[in-house]
Design a protein around this ligand. Structure first.
Ligand SMILES: Cc1ncc(COP(=O)(O)O)c(C=O)c1O
Ligand SMILES: N[C@@H](CCCC[NH3+])C(=O)O
Length: 419
């Protein structure tokens, strides 16, 4: 469910016409609906309300401070993966007990900063990481709360680039080694085992992989109990998919909760979820202007002022994103077109072989479902400044990240000079 809709054939975000924002802000820009993302958070929170639970929004999906601030104010916790993301959650004042720290490559400095912040737990992915956490905690004379991220070897049935819970993936501790690693952790002087973590991939569109993974880790939890190791926090990761195309019907948060809670059957643990995409994905669009319409020999190209540097997902995952006009016109014919950007790469496209009602130079389009892994994955490729981000709240909007300038982009570069 989102709050983008047509009113008098004009595309609105909540109560603001996107065209109005485009005129004031210029294109391209990302536009997020606060009402949508808060609604999605609330749906998650309510779905898991019958169990002691905490929804830790996965910051990597969209880390804009205004987005985080809105979610934090509604009680979200956060799943972070870097010192930079820790700084973001600090800026929005989220207490440490609502922050979990994931990721396979935590540096010493990041571990130190997270311990100083008092994060709820480190989701640990390897023995060397566990040893490093022990060393840093010892030096700081604090106890580091840890969970082990278990790789359950379950096929999440998603794009291979975003599957994380298979044996061949770099993530997590192999299921068969888990008890031994837990025993090792339990003996460390400055490590405190507080739970278990499992995240198997992103854009999951079926419930069964979630349930299969949970079944496996529940067996492990029982085994650990036998060794005197108690699991208080059970972090089941993120990964719930969203509809990108009409007709996509991924499970809802309520269905996910029902399936997981049924399995758990009242097990006395705090359940943590780390949804990213399901909160923000359909809360955002990328608005872009048509620079040219080019009739090639075989195809018609609609060339936009946004490119793959602004939204990478089609280029790297061949991901589908809907493309719709800001002004709907019913007298136009449908055409098969490629919607492409200005970058010098053939992979620079938003849509291929897509039926779109005819568009003309200067008109505005919205690339849908761009709220997650959109701006955060953008780059300056082709020396293109990163675009603005706008947040809509009811009948108001604010630019919550300014468009970069070329001057800003070049600020940190210099010619070779002897130090
Ligand atoms: C550990 C972890 N947690 C949470 C997420 C968020 O995933 P999603 O945006 O699919 O909910 C990811 C990304 O896949 C992740 O790697
Ligand atoms: N970046 C990916 C998802 C990766 C999830 C992060 N672990 C996407 O756009 O779909």
């Amino acid at each position: 469910m989102d709050y983008f809709h047509y009113q008098d054939d004009q595309l609105f975000c909540e109560e603001v016409a996107l065209e109005q924002i485009a005129q004031a802000v210029g294109t391209p820009f990302y536009c997020y609906s606060e009402r949508t993302l808060l609604h999605h958070l609330q749906v998650f929170q309510q779905a898991f309300a019958s169990q002691d639970s905490l929804i830790c929004y996965s910051v990597k999906a969209n880390s804009n401070l205004a987005v985080l601030d809105a979610l934090a104010k509604q009680g979200a916790g956060f799943d972070i993966v870097s010192g930079g993301e820790l700084e973001r959650v600090r800026r929005v004042g989220c207490p440490g007990e609502r922050v979990v720290f994931s990721g396979v490559g935590k540096s010493r400095a990041e571990i130190q900063a997270a311990l100083a912040y008092g994060v709820r737990m480190f989701n640990v992915e390897s023995i060397p990481e566990l040893q490093r956490i022990q060393e840093v905690a010892l030096a700081m004379d604090v106890a580091a709360p840890v969970t082990l991220r278990i790789n359950p070897d379950v096929d999440p049935k998603t794009h291979p680039y975003i599957s994380t819970g298979l044996k061949r993936n770099k993530f997590g501790i192999p299921f068969g080694e888990a008890v031994a690693v837990y025993q090792q952790a339990a003996q460390m002087s400055h490590v405190q085992v507080v739970g278990l973590d499992c995240h198997i991939g992103s854009q999951l569109t079926q419930l069964s992989p979630f349930v299969d993974a949970l079944k496996r880790v529940m067996v492990l939890i029982q085994a650990l109990k036998g060794h005197g190791i108690e699991i208080k926090n059970l972090d089941l990761g993120g990964g719930l998919g969203i509809p990108y195309e009409d007709g996509d019907t991924p499970p809802s948060p309520a269905e996910l909760a029902a399936a997981l809670l049924e399995q758990l059957d009242g097990m006395p643990v705090t359940v943590i979820l780390e949804p990213g995409r399901a909160i923000v994905g359909n809360a955002g669009v990328l608005v872009t202007r048509v620079e040219y319409v080019k009739k090639g020999e075989q195809r018609h190209f609609v060339i936009t002022d946004a490119g793959m540097n602004d939204l990478l997902r089609p280029a790297i995952y061949n991901a589908y994103h809907g493309v719709i006009p800001l002004q709907r016109k019913f007298d136009r014919e449908e055409q098969v077109v490629d919607v492409v950007g200005p970058i010098c790469e053939t992979g620079d496209f938003f849509a291929r072989d897509r039926y779109l009602s005819e568009v003309y130079q200067g008109e505005l389009l919205a690339v849908r479902s761009a709220g997650a892994y959109g701006f955060v994955m953008s780059s300056n490729y082709n020396t293109r400044p990163r675009v603005a981000e706008v947040l809509v709240r009811g009948d108001r909007y604010a630019v919550v990240r300014k468009r970069e300038s070329v001057a800003q982009l070049l600020e940190n570069e210099s010619l070779f000079e002897d130090a």
